[in-house]
Design a protein around this ligand. Structure first.
Ligand code: ZN
Length: 216
């Protein structure tokens, strides 16, 4: 399935003017973006702070496709690099108010590959409050729509919503293609067993400044 992501990212193309960045350094011109392969670019930062700024922002996209970043390590083999995981902000909704805590968020975050940040917005919006996670998700699996949480014998369904969700298939729930390019949908069409409404627009998180770190 990671290949499907790569297929999707094939649409990631930069004009020559965009891929060549130059920096004047003691009279020399230094190229700061190198094309290493198909849809594979190396970004060279001359200041560690610039690199940190880019990595701290975590989620990048270009032309409605995700740009997946990996930190360069000396002697790294580009053919061995793993682009199958991606960081994304996930909002956990429908949690009873008294269950909202970073600890609860981290436990729910155990469903994802890795939690990199947890954040509870101070203010709510009309429909209540949520917990936010910056988590690594596995692109080889469909998006998780939610999960059951249990507290003292009470079982409760919580919903996941994903911020800035794009390039996502409403049929199979994978990131990296849309319905038109969905192999699973084509296979199901052949045997006349189309599923309905399993994934959709409703997995996209609404934008609200109340939900952003440092803005509430
Ligand atoms: Zn699909």
């Amino acid at each position: 399935m990671a290949c499907e992501v790569l297929e999707g990212l094939k649409r990631f193309s930069l004009s020559e003017a965009e891929i060549v960045g130059v920096e004047i350094d003691e009279g020399d011109i230094v190229k700061s973006i190198w094309e290493l392969g198909h849809n594979l670019f190396q970004f060279v930062f001359h200041e560690i702070e610039d690199k940190d700024k880019v990595f701290n922002n975590r989620v990048w996209s270009f032309d409605n496709q995700y740009l997946i970043l990996r930190e360069w390590v000396e002697n790294m083999d580009v053919n061995e690099m793993d682009f199958s995981k991606m960081a994304i902000w996930i909002q956990i909704w429908n949690i009873p108010n008294h269950w909202i805590s970073s600890e609860a968020g981290l436990k729910v975050g155990g469903l994802f590959t890795e939690v990199q940040d947890v954040f509870i917005p101070d203010s709510g919006i009309v429909k209540g409050r949520c917990i936010k996670l910056l988590a690594l998700i596995d692109l080889a699996k469909p998006l998780l729509r939610g999960t059951h949480i249990r507290l003292g014998g009470v079982k409760w369904w919580v919903n996941f919503k994903y911020e800035n969700l794009m390039g996502f298939c409403f049929y199979c729930g994978f990131i990296g293609h849309i319905e038109r390019g969905c192999n699973q949908m084509n296979d199901d069409l052949k045997i006349n067993v189309l599923k309905e409404g399993e994934f959709g627009e409703w997995l996209k998180a609404e934008e609200s400044s109340f939900l952003h770190k440092g803005e509430n």
